[in-house]
Write a protein that binds this ligand. Sequence first.
Ligand code: NAP
Ligand code: ZN
Length: 356
Amino acid sequence: MHVLAYGAQAGDQPLESLRIERRHPGPDDVLIEIAYCGICHSDLHQVRGEWAGTKFPCVPGHEIVGRVAAVGRQVIGFAPGDRVGVGCIVDSCKQCQECAEGLENYCDGMIGTYNFATPDAPGWTLGGYSQAIVVHQRYVLRIRHPEAQLAAVAPLLCAGITTWSPLRHWQAGPGKKVGVVGIGGLGHMGIKLAHALGAQVVAFTTSQSKREAAKSLGADDVVISSDAGQMAAHLQSFDLIINTVAAPHDLDALLVLLKRDGAMVLVGAPASPHPAPNVFNLIMKRRTLAGSMIGGIAQTQEMLDFCAEHGIVADIELIAAQHINQAYERMLRGDVQYRFVIDNATLAPTATPTRP
Ligand code: NAP
Ligand code: ZN
């Protein structure tokens, strides 16, 4: 089956309309007609070749929501018309300890939604900037939000789970002080989720303009990270800091804000390394510097259900596929509140763009 998509032929080329092939659904497969796909900063890192090993043509997109169009004969629990989502994982080995524990995100055989080897043409996975995708039922998520919120649910599939997973692992909740660094796609979800879990939330931003908005997302306080006085007011006070920044920066300025036994979790994945932190900032207060990658399938469903129950969605700007390249430039400038989402109906040439 051929479908329309948006992707790039090389790292220095803009994304453009492409035709790609999708496999015929097998017995365990779900064919999903994609309604919306979020634009994650990882898409930009990958498609521009900032991370090693990008295969071209590259079709990014791992914040996928849509409707089931068809199911294989062994599929249980999904039927045509169901609202579903697909995040960053479309397959894994299904046999290792990680898969058994629902931590498919840490399986050595995890197949990401784009740029991972697959028997399907062209030999690597192609993502959600496309009209349809075929995914094994194990990696398909159920969406319980109302239909009208579908576009704003899309970013939960990566930005939501990537912040939810460390918040849960490090037990954010009442009585805990949580910092969220960088108010972009991931960061704004981190603020909403930490707030909904009952934690005291402080947002760190480089953008003066996001100060008031961050409070409306659920931050109890907002710190301009370049202001030494504002930073000093929070010395040794955080249980947990989720750092979403997509560029190398000074980690020491944040580590010293952790209390004894506090942890800073890096989820931002810049193309070049951070300057190495001063080890004394770790050993003196038994602090932890950790990382975290997306989340497993069961935990993604847990997060989606929590969000449906609490009425949580992303704050989005809906765009036509023809505006993806401009959206990338604005994302690089931090000029988005807080996630671009593609209206995949605009991939069809006859569609009227949602925005001029
Ligand atoms: P984004 O929307 O571009 O947000 C990143 C935010 O970081 C910006 O809005 C900005 O916030 C801040 N920032 C950017 N450059 C900065 C700089 N030089 N110094 C300080 N702050 C800066 O990106 P995103 O989609 O949230 O993704 C963030 C990072 O997480 C990316 O590297 C992405 O690849 C990675 N990621 C990792 C995982 C994982 O599993 N670990 C999953 C998804 C994404 P302010 O304007 O508030 O300062
Ligand atoms: Zn992502």
